[in-house]
Design a protein around this ligand. Sequence first.
Ligand code: PHE
Length: 339
Amino acid sequence: MFNADELKKLFLDDIEVVKNDLQLSEFWKKYLGKTGKVQGLMNGIKDVAKEEKKAYGQFVNEVKVWAQNLYDEKKAGIEKAMLEARYEKETVDVTVPVKSRPVGNLHPLTSVKYEMMNVFSGMGFEVFEGPEIEDDDHNFTRLNVLKDHPSRDMQDTFWLTDDLLLRTHTSPGQIRVMDAKKPPIKVLVPGKVFRSDSDATHSPMFSQMEGLVVDKHITLCDLQGMLDEFVKNMFSDAAKTRLRPSYFPFTEPSVEVDVSCFKCGGCGCSLCKGTGWIEVLGGGVVNKKVLENCGIDSNEYSGLAFGIGIERIAMLKYGINHMGKLFENDVEFLKQFKA
Ligand code: PHE
């Protein structure tokens, strides 16, 4: 009665050549869309004799389901092929050598500072930072460096006003910590300090690491114990310290601390100038007057303090003979410290 074969053949021929999604959507329009051939067949129902309408309807429906199935199959096939093509295109060849990007490295002063902080934080120290512009009170007076005291001349100060100055050491950090915190105290104060001084081993700006411990029964032995641990970690397991009497107004007794020469092991060489020892820092037992200046009862508490020159440690560790090298920012020089 109705011959679908012709239409099906046309349909099959057309779908055969569909290769991509654009052609697929054109195909949809032509056969299955609102104005497509299947809809055309549907519309034809009005010209069909009444008694044949039912059979005609069934026939058109069959054609429609058949066509839709074929279309769906084709669509799935094309989508799969497109996905595969995409995977193929996006395949990464993990054996292709990477383009390396030049990366920088930490400045030796920064890495030495971090290393020092790391060693001391292993002993329970916290880190505190104070201002670079200080007043006379914190930098000198409350540290027991009294006005007109000759020890003020030990440090050539850059004065900004009658009262303000660039801090000459990190020791004012001790005062700031003791003002802010009651014992037990165990802090490090790293930072830049300034003195009017310049030669191969001095620079007008350099860095120090202050250490302060205040608690009950703190003695000079604790200082030596901590510093022994510090030099072992920084230089070598065999490194030892030696304390020599010295003078600082804010510590009593005061010591100069030497480390056994890690180059010659103590026999004497050019680094230690034949003595077997290298001076690395100053320290001592916190002067009772300094504790009292910060409202800490010196009968109950005692403290130790030390100040380490970070450049000095870096120069010793890396065999740098001129301090200026650490401030010139010569990239070729700095590249040597790449880990
Ligand atoms: N502030 C001293 C200096 O700069 C070092 C020091 C710190 C000494 C702490 C004793 C205690 O020379």
